[in-house]
Design a protein. Sequence first.
Length: 141
Amino acid sequence: MIKSDTSRLSPAELQARLEPEIARWKRETELKLVEKMIGSSNGARAVVGLDETLAQMQLGGTRQLVVARGLGGKAKQCAKCGWVDRAADRECASCGGERRPVALRAVIPELARKYGVPVEVVAGEAGRKLRESGGIGAWLR
């Protein structure tokens, strides 16, 4: 809630007044989301960390993905079945297909679209806390 009279402000002044408040609210909400996810990451309600999150998403078990802004790194994707993980194997354990390296920042949005999982990107303190837990997490179905 904004405790000042904004009724006489022009649209540009109102926007300038509201932007910092909205940004503060967004960061607080992101931090609460990440803290709750980390606290619930028992494998029944939520998971954190790249390996478990990728697996759960591809098995259809996620309802929301949370990613720290700037998450980098690579994984491997099977050219035949599309499975993505960080295993070092040259062949896919599921189908025997050839695996190729892929950038996480390219493959995560692709997987989220494929499995219909909304993505929340967090920054600031929430991003820092999530990076400490692997940079990514998911709420489970």
